[in-house]
Design a protein around this ligand. Structure first.
Ligand SMILES: *Cc1c(COP(=O)(O)O)cnc(C)c1O
Length: 416
């Protein structure tokens, strides 16, 4: 067990369980499935179980459902059904898009890829692998407010750039990037543009055509659909390489029998989410702003990411003089499921690469808290979270030697 973890564990139980409060505020990690999504899956788990590649009627029934789901998903993104391929989730879609663009570039002698320092690991680790294979990777700096500009992309594109991949919205700090403008620069320069839209799909309006997007990744479990299913949009004419060899499913671009129940759940969840975007944005961002305003009252804390250009449900703070993991465990005791960054890096002692990318010093990057709310969150829950976080931060600071040195003036605060 990691040292900080052991330390945090012995703090647990300090506040006692508030039995009647159970708040899920980790919707960026995953979401609860909607009833609509579950209902859409049930017939395909129990009854309609044919293999869509089979020629008999049971297979054809499944195949018709598959075609319809593809059309419904395409309609939500503003593309054609033939431009959607199903994947096992967001990670696979990212891998597939980037690897495909790299192979296309390689054939033209272009082996430079442009991305940003705060991408999801599904993107960053794929790029690292390509670097080992001889590609040159440029990761753009992210401004302190968590934004990357189209001008930065324009300046960094080279004659040998084969791909620009910039995430639509960041999974830790929630900042929404100027995708349409970045896409326009890529079009002008003739470079393929991929965006990891896993945090955006179902939460923000997406129209791949008007936004100049060539490839886009999404994942169902981030918009109240099932886990283990996602999609990659690839504009017609972009030749995808195979990640998985085998049968001719997905027009030979992704072998393996399609996960029909999950695909049906994803289509239903995406349609429902997209139909609700305007109402949910208004409701959830009001709750988010209330939470941000409440947490801003805690001294020596700082909001991470631009306040305006951020996902409706995302709140992310650093609190000086405390350690994120202790904060999380004590909040869990109070019935609040939160995160200190991405689910992938929690459990490691390294501070988040996203917080480092926006220039947060190590001392405070360790004290980060991400609360990601949904349309099911209530005002009462928001107020409870403000109260709980304030109490826990104060409690942890009261026993922190780091905090004592800050208060005594031995060390300097980095936050105002
Ligand atoms: C969750 C997430 C992924 C990974 O999606 P999976 O379906 O879990 O593989 C990729 N990118 C971003 C931005 C994410 O939030």
């Amino acid at each position: 067990m990691k040292r900080s973890h052991r330390y945090a564990v012995c703090l647990r139980g300090r506040f006692g369980m508030e039995m009647n409060m159970k708040i899920y505020a980790d919707n960026a990690a995953t979401t609860k499935m909607s009833k609509t999504a579950i209902d859409a899956m049930l017939p395909y788990l129990d009854g309609i179980y044919g293999n869509p590649s089979s020629l008999h009627s049971a297979g054809q029934q499944a195949n018709e459902a598959l075609s319809l789901a593809r059309e419904r998903i395409a309609a939500c993104l503003g593309c054609d059904a033939g431009e959607i391929i199903f994947t096992s989730g967001g990670s696979e879609a990212d891998n597939h898009a980037i690897r495909s663009a790299a192979r296309i570039g390689e054939k033209q002698g272009k082996k430079h890829i442009l991305s940003t320092a705060f991408e999801h690991h599904a993107v960053l680790h794929t790029l690292n692998r390509l670097k080992e294979e001889g590609f040159e990777i440029t990761l753009l700096d992210v401004h302190e407010n968590g934004m990357v500009s189209a001008d930065q992309v324009r300046e960094a594109i080279r004659p040998d750039t084969c791909l620009v991949t910039v995430m639509y919205a960041n999974n830790e700090i929630g900042t929404i990037q100027p995708i349409e403008e970045i896409g326009a620069v890529c079009r002008e320069k003739g470079v393929l543009f991929h965006t990891d839209a896993v945090q955006a799909a179902g939460h923000l309006h997406i129209d791949v055509r008007s936004q100049n997007i060539d490839m886009l990744s999404l994942s169902a479990h981030k918009f109240h659909g099932p886990k283990g299913i996602g999609a990659l949009y690839a504009r017609r004419g972009i030749r995808l390489t195979n990640l998985i060899e085998g049968g001719a499913q997905e027009k030979g671009r992704r072998a393996g029998t399609e996960n029909i129940p999950a695909i049906m759940g994803m289509a239903a969840a995406l349609e429902e989410a997209c139909a609700g975007i305007d109402g949910n944005t208004e409701k959830v961002s009001a709750l988010r702003d209330r939470l941000i305003a409440g947490l801003k009252k805690i001294p020596h804390g700082v909001l991470n990411g631009d306040e305006k250009h951020r996902l409706p449900g995302n709140v992310n703070f650093c609190f000086e003089g405390i350690e994120g993991e202790s904060l999380l465990l004590l909040l869990d005791d109070k019935g609040i499921c939160a995160s200190s960054g991405s689910a992938c890096t929690s459990g490691s002692l390294d501070p988040s690469h996203v917080l480092l990318a926006i220039g947060r010093p190590h001392e405070i990057a360790h004290g980060s808290l991400r609360l990601t709310i949904s349309e099911e969150t209530t005002e009462e829950e928001i107020d409870y979270m403000i109260q709980a976080v304030s109490e826990v931060v104060e409690y942890l600071r009261g026993m922190s030697p780091v905090w004592r040195d800050l208060v005594s003036g031995k060390n300097k605060f980095v936050t105002p």
